[in-house]
Design a protein around this ligand. Structure first.
Ligand SMILES: Nc1ncnc2c1ncn2[C@@H]1O[C@H](COP(=O)(O)OP(=O)(O)OP(=O)(O)O)[C@@H](O)[C@H]1O
Ligand SMILES: [Mg+2]
Length: 362
C-alpha cells in the first residue's frame, strides 16, 4: 500500500499542507519543533483513528481554529482508497471513506494501513501492561476490523459489569444480573485472547531475526503473550475465571480478571527487558517490535503497510542505520530527521524541509 496524496487543514501547526509522497523513502527534514512529527501523527490518525500522542482531539486542532481535517488517498492492490477525518473542538468527528460518511468508527480501519515507530514507543517496553495491550490492539485492529469491534464489545461489557458490581453494594439482589455481563465479557474476551495469542506468536516468530539485524551482538528477542486468564482461550474458561473472581470483585467493585488485564512479555536473552534491559536495549527492542509488526502486517494484509520512522536515525549507530535502511526496499517510508547526514546511503525519493508549520521541497 502506498499513500499517493495527503492533505492537512488546520491540523496542529499546519494551516494547510498538501504532499504527494513517492513510493519509496520520503524524508521530512527540519529543526526541532517545526512540525515533522505532526505530519506523521496526521497520517497515523488516518490509519487507526487515533493520535499516538493524545486522546484529546482538541489538541490536534490548530490553535485558534474551530476544526481540523486530514485527508489521505492511498493505492492498495485492490484499488484506490480515500479517507478523510474532520475533528471539532467538542470532540465530534466526521469520517468519510470513499467520500461517504461512515457511521461506525471501525469502518475507517484497513484502508490506509501503517506502522509508526516513535520515541513514545519506549513506553511499550518500559511502562505497564496497558501500553503493550495497545501495541497489540492497534495492529490487530488495522489487520482485522472485526477485532476492533470485539474490543468495543468487550469494553462495553466490562463497563457494565463494573457498574453492576457497584450497584450490588447498595442492592444485593442485582447480583443475579452479573451472569449476563459475564457471558458477554467471556465471549468477547475469548475472541480477543485467541487473536492476541495468534498475533503475538507471529510477532515472536519474526522478532528474533528483526532484532538481530538492528541489535548489537547476537541478543535474542522473545515476545510472549501473557493472558490474565490462564485456563484456556475459550469463552467457558473466561466465564469460569470471572465466576471464580466474583466474590472478590464484589468487594473490590471492579473486575479483576480478563483480557483487560493481559500483558505481553518482552525478553532479551531470556530476561524481562522492562526490568533488566538497559536504555539502549529497551530502545532496540521497541524498534524491533515495530519492524516485526510491519512484517506480520504484510503477511496478514498481503501487501506492505507504509512505515513511519520518527526520530529514529539519530539514535542508531551507522551500522544499525545501514541495516535499517536496507530493510526499507519496497516499503513506502516516511522518515523525520533533523540532520540529513543521518540518512547517508538511503535512496531518498522525496524530501521536504519543514519550517514553522510549512513544507517546502528540499
Ligand atoms: N494544536 C496546535 N496548534 C498549533 N501549533 C501546535 C499545535 N500543537 C502543537 N503545535 C506546535 O507544533 C510544533 C511541534 O511540532 P512537531 O512535534 O511536529 O515538531 P517536530 O518537528 O517533530 O520537532 P522535534 O524534532 O523536536 O521532534 C510545536 O512548535 C508546537 O508548538
Ligand atoms: Mg518530532
Amino acid at each position: 500500500m502506498i499513500i499517493t496524496c495527503a492533505e492537512l487543514n488546520q491540523f496542529r501547526s499546519y494551516e494547510h499542507c498538501a504532499l504527494t509522497p513517492c513510493a519509496g523513502v520520503n524524508v521530512l527534514l527540519g529543526d526541532n519543533g517545526q512540525g515533522k512529527t505532526n505530519v506523521l501523527e496526521a497520517l497515523y490518525l488516518c490509519c487507526t483513528g487515533r493520535s499516538h500522542r493524545t486522546r484529546q482531539d482538541r489538541e490536534l486542532i490548530r490553535w485558534g481554529a474551530e476544526f481540523a481535517a486530514v485527508r489521505v488517498q492511498a493505492q492498495r492492490r485492490d484499488g484506490d482508497h480515500d479517507v478523510e477525518i474532520a475533528l471539532n473542538a467538542l470532540g465530534r468527528r466526521r469520517i468519510k471513506v470513499f467520500g461517504q460518511e461512515i457511521s461506525r468508527s471501525g469502518e475507517l480501519l484497513g484502508h490506509v494501513t501503517g506502522v509508526l515507530f516513535s520515541p513514545e514507543d519506549l513506553r511499550t517496553v518500559k511502562d505497564g501492561p496497558a501500553e503493550r495491550r495497545r501495541f497489540v490492539d492497534m495492529a490487530l485492529s488495522q489487520i482485522k476490523p472485526a477485532y476492533y469491534y470485539a474490543l468495543q464489545r468487550y469494553a462495553r461489557a466490562l463497563k457494565q459489569r463494573n457498574e453492576t458490581l457497584k450497584a450490588i453494594a447498595a442492592q444485593p439482589a442485582l447480583a443475579a444480573t452479573l451472569d449476563a455481563w459475564d457471558e458477554q465479557l467471556a465471549a468477547a474476551g475469548a475472541e480477543l485472547m485467541r487473536q492476541r495469542r495468534a498475533y503475538v506468536e507471529k510477532l515472536n516468530a519474526v522478532a528474533s531475526e528483526t532484532h538481530r539485524d538492528i541489535a548489537e551482538g547476537r541478543e535474542k528477542l522473545e515476545i510472549r503473550y501473557q493472558p490474565s486468564v490462564t485456563g484456556g482461550d475459550d469463552a467457558e474458561a473466561v466465564a469460569e475465571a470471572l465466576f471464580g473472581a466474583r466474590e472478590n470483585d464484589m468487594r473490590r467493585l471492579s473486575t479483576s480478571v480478563g483480557a483487560h488485564r493481559d500483558d505481553v512479555q518482552i525478553l532479551v536473552e531470556g530476561r524481562d527487558v522492562r526490568a533488566f534491559g538497559s536504555q539502549g536495549q529497551q530502545r532496540t527492542a521497541a524498534l524491533a517490535m515495530r519492524l516485526s509488526e510491519l512484517d506480520v502486517m504484510r503477511e496478514q494484509l498481503g501487501e506492505w503497510p507504509m512505515l513511519m520512522l520518527d526520530d529514529v536515525m539519530s539514535e542508531l549507530d551507522p551500522g544499525r542505520r545501514r541495516q535499517l535502511i536496507g530493510r526499507l526496499k519496497g516499503i513506502q517510508t516516511f522518515i523525520t530527521c533533523t540532520d540529513a547526514e543521518d540518512l547517508a546511503g538511503a535512496a531518498i525519493g522525496q524530501a521536504w524541509r519543514v519550517e514553522n508549520g510549512e513544507l517546502k521541497d528540499a
